[in-house]
Design a protein around this ligand. Structure first.
Ligand code: DQA
Length: 147
């Protein structure tokens, strides 16, 4: 089974970016943990980080041919991007939205997610463990969609 992991804008700065909010692990360290968990679960994983909305949209489009599940942290675009929401809705691949921080415990503007309603569910506030939990859920989710 193939899983596409998408990290949105500013997540390339993890480790130095607001460590009190996002933790001290770098994106490279997080990706190594994702790859390790995927290997343990027997999943093929492709990971993308981009600061560009259009690249996220194109990655979602091309996932149709390459992945069964999308795990996405749209970062700041969570709260603003109708276009990413529309892309997720268009491809109809099951997606899990992940946030490192608990978006509901933060500023009001982070409480709403435009992308969450077109995802199967959201994992928010568990740091890197959110991505690992999403990987563990991926096979179940793919099966649910199949039935
Ligand atoms: C985030 C939460 C967003 O509100 C924020 O804009 C991010 C990261 C998270 O992982 O906690 O960039 O998605």
């Amino acid at each position: 089974m193939n899983v596409l992991v998408i990290h949105g804008p500013n997540l390339n700065l993890l480790g130095v970016r607001e460590p009190k909010v996002y933790g001290s692990r770098t994106l490279e360290e997080i990706n190594a943990m994702i790859r390790q968990e995927a290997a343990a679960l027997g999943l093929e994983v492709r990971i993308l980080q981009t600061n560009h909305e259009g690249e996220i949209i194109e990655a979602i489009h091309s996932a149709v041919e390459r992945a069964e599940v999308i795990i996405i942290n749209p970062a700041g675009f969570t709260h603003t991007s109708v276009a990413i929401r529309d892309a997720l809705a268009a491809v109809r691949l099951p997606a899990i939205e992940v946030h490192l921080s608990n978006i509901f415990a933060r500023e009001q503007f982070r409480h709403s997610s435009l992308t969450a309603p077109v995802c199967a569910g959201v994992i928010t506030g568990f740091g890197v463990h959110g991505y690992l939990a999403a990987l563990r859920l991926a096979p179940t989710l793919a099966k649910l969609v199949d039935t």
